[in-house]
Every structure is written in structure tokens, then in C-alpha cells.
Design a protein around this ligand. Sequence first.
Ligand code: ZN
Ligand code: ZN
Length: 127
Amino acid sequence: MARPSPVSDQVRSLFAAEQKHLWSIDELHEAVVGALGAADYSTVFRAVTGMEKEGSIHRIDLGDGKVHYEISEGHHEHIRCDDCGRVVEVPGCVLEDASTSVRTSTGFVVTSHQLLFTGVCPECAAK
Ligand SMILES: [Zn+2]
Ligand SMILES: [Zn+2]
């Protein structure tokens, strides 16, 4: 068991706070430094990988070459705005039936999927 540290407490509370649900390690590091005054990037990285290992957060690939993390709470999909780049949660799963057909066609036991819709958000569409 890793010793609890102010950095990992801070990382946990950032994920628990709901203003922002997807975090890259860079963004987490910046927010932790903002809150605590100073923090090693490697300490933030270790806190994040520890949380990923225990299953409380998971990685999301948004196709931008960066690794993002979000809290593992309630499966949902994502949609990204092509104009401003913001990513919003799509509540619920739109692919329940697809898992069955993927299993039939590949023989795999499907354990998860990642789906990213793209489009234009209401704010950008109104411009
Ligand atoms: Zn937008
Ligand atoms: Zn999400």
C-alpha cells in the first residue's frame, strides 16, 4: 500500500469534483501545482497510474494522441466538438446490442469499448 500523500489526495479530489470529467496528466499536474504550490510530475503520474490499477479511473482515447483519464463511474460515451474541441459525456451506452454481434462475429468475449462521436456543439453551431 502506498503511503497517502497530499498529491494523491489532490488528484482524487480533482476526479471527484465534477466541473471537468476528463483529465490528461498534464492538466492534473497543473491543477495539483495550482492547489498545493508545488508537485513533481512523477508523483502525479504515480498517483494516476495507481488509481488506474485499482480501477477507480480508466483511460480514454480521444484520438488526439494524448492520454486522458476519467473516473470509472457509470458507462457512457463521448462526443467531441470539431470546432472548439470540447468533449461532452453522452449518457448511457449506445452499443449494448453491438457487443453481442461483435462477440458473434469475432468469438471474443467483449469486456469494454470506446466510442467517440464527433460533431459541432450547440455554442459553436450558434456562431
Ligand atoms: Zn464547440
Ligand atoms: Zn467520460
